[in-house]
Design a protein around this ligand. Structure first.
Ligand code: TRP
Length: 338
C-alpha cells in the first residue's frame, strides 16, 4: 500500500536485450531492494530505445522480455509501466523542450559520445533529433511522477542536473514551486567487471565474452566463471582486479559466509583460485536458476503477465495525467475546464 509519507523513487531502463550480471548487481537488484522503503515506479522506456538506430522487429519483443525478466528477479509488477503506454511522458516532453536550451543538450557527454560513435559507424551515420532530445524526455519521465529520488549510475548525473534546471526554469516561469527537485540516489552497488578482461566493466557492447547473461545457459555461465582471468602472472601486493571481481560476485550473490571464509584463506596466502571459482559458480548458478524458474512460471501464462503490466501502466498513468493537467494549466494551454 502506498503511504503518503514515503518518499517517491522513479527509475527507468531501456529495452535493449539481455540482462547481464553487471546490470543486475549494479542496478536492478537495487530496484528490488528499494521497494521495501519507498514508493517505487519503474519504467521500461521504449521511446528512449528508438533514439539510436534499432530493429523495429525486435523492440516490442525486447520490451516484453525485459518486463518478464524484471518480474522474475523480484520487481513487483504493480510498480512497472511501459513508457509508450503512458503518452503523457512524450506530451510533457514537448512542453519541456520549450523550457530547455539547445546548448544544454549539445553539451551532454552522453550525446557527444553516442553521436561520435554513430559517426564512426560504417553502415549508418544517422544521428536523430531524438538522440539529442532524449534527456528532455528523461526529465519528463522523472518530473511527471514528482519523484524525490532517482536511482541511477553516475553516468546519468548530467541528465539529472538537466532535469533540475528544467524544473527550476519551469517553476520560475510559472511563479510557483510546482516541481520538486529530483535527487540522484547513488546506492553503493558492486561494479561487476568482465570476467574475460577484469579491467573493463561488464557490458554487452564489448562483445559476447564480456558479459554473463543472467538468463543464459547454466553451462555457459559456469564456463565463463571457470575461465575468468584471475591475475596476469605479475607478483603483486594487492589483489588483482580479476580476483577482486570474483569476490565481488560471490558477495553480491549472497554467499557472505563463504566469501569471508575464502577471503581469510586469501589473506593467509593459501587461496586456490580454482576453489574461489567453484564457489562463485555455485552461488551464481543457484541464484540464476531460481530466476530462470521464476521466468518460466511467468511465461507459462504470458497473457496474464501482459494484462497485468497493461493494468499497472494504466494505474500509474493516472498520476501522470494528473500532473500533465496541472502543467497545461500552469503554462497557459487551453484546458477542457475553460
Ligand atoms: N537514460 C537512462 C539510461 O540510459 C534511462 C532512463 C530514461 C532513465 N528515463 C529515465 C533513468 C528516468 C532514470 C530516470 O540508462
Amino acid at each position: 500500500m502506498s503511504d503518503s509519507k514515503r518518499k517517491k523513487v522513479l527509475s527507468c531502463i531501456q529495452p535493449t536485450g539481455d540482462m547481464h550480471l553487471g546490470n543486475y548487481f549494479g542496478a536492478v537488484k537495487n530496484w528490488v531492494d528499494l521497494q521495501e522503503k519507498y514508493d517505487c515506479v519503474y519504467g521500461v522506456v521504449d521511446y528512449h530505445a528508438m533514439t539510436m538506430p534499432y530493429d523495429v522487429k525486435k523492440l516490442r519483443t525486447n520490451t516484453w522480455d525485459l518486463l518478464t525478466n524484471l518480474i522474475a528477479v523480484g520487481v513487483k509488477p504493480d510498480n512497472l509501466f511501459i513508457q509508450s503506454l503512458v503518452p503523457e511522458h512524450t506530451e510533457l516532453g514537448w512542453i519541456f523542450n520549450c523550457f530547455c536550451g539547445m546548448g544544454e543538450l549539445t553539451r551532454m557527454t552522453q550525446f557527444k559520445d553516442k553521436s561520435q560513435k554513430q559517426n564512426e559507424e560504417k553502415s549508418s551515420k544517422f544521428i536523430s533529433v531524438g538522440l539529442l532530445d532524449y534527456p528532455v524526455l528523461q526529465t519528463a519521465d522523472i518530473l511527471i511522477y514528482k519523484a524525490d529520488f532517482v536511482p541511477v549510475g553516475k553516468d546519468q548525473d548530467q541528465h539529472l542536473e538537466l532535469s533540475r534546471n528544467i524544473a527550476g526554469r519551469f517553476n520560475h516561469q510559472v511563479g510557483k514551486e510546482y516541481f520538486v527537485m529530483p535527487q540522484g540516489l547513488h546506492t553503493e552497488t558492486p561494479k561487476i567487471m568482465s570476467t574475460a578482461d577484469p579491467t573493463r566493466k561488464m557490458s554487452k557492447s564489448a562483445g559476447e565474452k564480456h558479459y554473463i547473461a543472467v538468463f543464459g545457459d547454466e553451462k555457459r555461465i559456469l564456463k565463463q566463471i571457470r575461465s575468468a582471468v584471475t591475475d596476469t602472472g605479475e607478483v603483486s601486493e594487492t589483489m588483482s582486479p580479476g580476483v577482486q571481481n570474483l569476490f565481488s560476485m560471490l558477495k553480491a550473490s549472497g554467499a557472505t559466509e563463504h566469501h569471508n571464509q575464502l577471503m581469510d584463506t586469501y589473506n593467509d596466502g593459501n587461496l586456490r583460485y580454482g576453489d574461489l571459482k567453484v564457489a562463485v559458480g555455485e552461488s551464481i548458478a543457484k541464484m540464476t536458476n531460481q530466476f530462470k524458474a521464476n521466468r518460466e512460471e511467468i511465461l507459462a501464462d504470458k497473457r496474464a503477465m501482459k494484462d497485468q503490466i497493461k493494468q499497472s501502466s494504466s494505474e500509474i498513468r493516472k498520476k501522470a495525467q494528473e500532473t500533465l493537467k496541472e502543467v497545461k494549466d500552469l503554462v497557459g494551454l487551453v484546458n477542457v475546464r475553460y
